[in-house]
Design a protein around this ligand. Structure first.
Ligand SMILES: C[S@@+](CC[C@H](N)C(=O)[O-])C[C@H]1O[C@@H](n2cnc3c(N)ncnc32)[C@H](O)[C@@H]1O
Length: 296
């Protein structure tokens, strides 16, 4: 059979495919559609359809799928091949080894952002209160509270859709009693409140670059989560300028930023004259990714 045409046939007939065979054919089809990690994606989608974990697919390697299962898989495969991210198809994504619900109104949490969690934990002692600006799925706040049982958190989110999903994720992980979630713009909902730590993974893509991103991002992820204005730094500027009244003396603000933005982000924080330490921290690929500033 011509591999590329496998998933293009109108009706999938005999032979009855085993999981391993379907995964192999799908991975080849995904390659022709420039899907990253094609085999992994094929496995994740099949495991999602059959409601089993990925390992189970290989334990049941010789058990053919029913025609209904193959037809259901075909729908998922075609959605992925057309550019829809697997996390949205499966409505979930893992972050910090925890499962989070996601949907198209909510940014898919990225593994790189785990560095922000790690570096924030370094400055979080036994107890305290943190603020997250731009909560999205709630992944960062949830990870911080899971790791620091003595901390309370507050989060601000401008997107109503993301706020609903974050509330569900935080509740699912049993953390609702230690977290306040606010709807609003930047520091607006927390006027008069002071925190030990502020974290944010804000939108930081320059507006004009969004269309040129991979289609999974540009066509599917929420613009509100990506668009950092003309130079990508508009939200970061407002985070830096507004932080001081919300941070205790010696408290830290930590902000994720994009490739090549480190120098400009550092200057933005230094020019506020509110911080006595401003440093750039690297991710595992050695790239500057996090700004950490200490309130003087
Ligand atoms: C890059 S996403 C990060 C989401 C999540 N924290 C994560 O790391 O996966 C940025 C988030 O900030 C939210 N956001 C954008 N502008 C905002 C603003 N002015 N005030 C509050 N939240 C904002 C977006 O809706 C989005 O959920």
């Amino acid at each position: 059979m011509h591999r590329q045409s496998f998933w293009c046939t109108v009706m999938v007939e005999q032979p009855r495919y085993t999981p391993v065979e379907l995964i192999r054919l799908t991975a080849e089809y995904f390659k022709t559609k420039n899907v990253d990690a094609p085999r992994l994606e094929a496995e994740v989608l099949l495991a999602h359809l059959l409601e089993v974990d990925r390992l189970r697919l290989y334990l049941d390697f010789d058990k053919p799928l029913t025609q209904d299962e193959v037809a259901g898989y075909r729908v998922l495969v075609r959605r992925r091949a057309s550019g829809e991210p697997t996390a949205y198809i499966c409505a979930k994504r893992e972050f910090w080894s925890l499962e989070f619900e996601v949907c198209p109104g909510v940014l898919i949490p990225r593994p790189e952002t785990e560095v922000l969690v790690e570096r924030a934990l370094e400055v979080m002692g036994e107890t305290g209160e943190f603020l997250e600006v731009g909560v999205g799925s709630g992944a960062i706040s949830t990870a911080l509270m899971k790791e620091r049982g003595g901390w309370r958190g507050a989060g601000v989110e401008i997107s109503a859709e993301a706020e609903i999903v974050a509330a569900r994720n935080i509740a699912k992980h049993g953390l609702g009693g230690r977290y306040e979630l606010f709807s609003g713009n930047l520091y607006g909902p927390v006027v008069g409140r002071v925190f030990n730590v502020i974290v944010s993974n804000p939108p930081y893509i320059p507006s004009g670059e969004i269309e040129g991103l991979e289609r999974e991002v540009s066509e599917h992820e929420p613009r509100l989560a990506l668009d950092g204005g003309e130079d990508g730094l508009e939200i970061i500027r407002r985070l830096a300028e507004g932080a001081a009244p919300h941070l205790e003396k010696g408290g830290h603000i930590m902000v994720e930023f994009g490739a090549g933005q480190g120098g400009a982000v550092k200057r933005i924080f230094e020019e506020t004259n509110k911080f006595d330490q401003v440093e750039l921290l690297r991710d595992y690929s050695g790239r500057d990714r996090i700004l950490r500033a200490r309130q003087s």
